[in-house]
Design a protein around this ligand. Sequence first.
Ligand SMILES: [Zn+2]
Length: 393
Amino acid sequence: MVQPKKLKRRSVVAIATSVTLGSAGLVQFTDSEEENEPDEGSTDTFTLLEGTEHETTGYVTLAEEAGPTVMLVGGIHGNEPAGWKAANRIVHWDIGAGTLVGIPESNPTAIEAGTRRGADGKDLNRQFPTNEDPQTELAQAIWEVVEMYEPDVLIDLHESTGIYAGDPVDGVGQAIFHSGESEASAAAERAIDHVNDHYIEDPELEFMEGGFTGPESSPEGLLVHKVSRETDAMAFLVETLRTDIELETRIQWQSVVVQQLTTDWWAVDESVVDLDDVDDQDLSDTEPDDDDDEDDKPEDEEPPTARIQTDPENADETTLELEQTVELDASDSAPGSTEIETYEWDVSNEGSFDDAGSTLEVKITACGEFPVKLRVTNANGLSDTEEIVLSTD
Ligand SMILES: [Zn+2]
């Protein structure tokens, strides 16, 4: 059970006021009467980047009971409609406890165009570098909302053209990626079990769980990573498969995942994921643009770096003796994102790697120059080579 870091019920007014007065003012509270705080049990709105092409609406719902603050983000990518269509519904849910802060259509020009990128040409989910300022005005405005409400939980809704199934190379759909807290893992597992048991018929479409990769892995600049690394919040990246699946079904999957992730405190009845009241227009007005698809999940594809060390040290910079033995050692090679599986050597200068092993002993039996090439290959099949030249007079 998530405990709120602090009581948010009293802090909303003060935080909202200070942002409006003291910051760049990228987020404006339109309903700034005497009390900015919405009435308990009601939903209030605010506006991001008012008067610009990126103008979009945020929603704040304050439950009567105290509880954690959940921030819900949809529409960071405009060609992933189930995420923002689900978010547009979820921000109106009647939550049982805590605060729901939602920005359903985070990237309105991308949504309007049905493309991954918005009018600024930027991939919004690459504009949140860790320990640096967000890189675009829109990213800054979204980050202001994070700083304003200090969510305990952030949920970002996306879609992918492929299925994750443990391997991001094929896509990241049908998965919930989450930050490292055991509580986040437990919530993700519960949501996955529930949606798989009750909403998935084809085993190939079953949801899977994935963790966040470290700061050194690409791609960088994801909102969920920045939130997870710089704040105390748990973060979830929800991905549905958007090819060959009815939009209505994907919206339902997104909705039930959020309903399950939050069920400990929201206690929202599962009937909210029923889509009977969605009109046809809402389900048919977006034709996603696939030209520009990338995956949101950090790719496990860092290549290794081959490195040759020698005994005697720096043998390639000295003139060796005839009959001298040199030990070649590749064990200092960097593995990249997975472990190195093979070390191969080409010591014949014929372009074939005929010897294997992390170390190799060679003997200089003639005068001249002898190129030695190392190839390391990691478990992802990515490889790197390094060459040194041993020489005698
Ligand atoms: Zn996305």
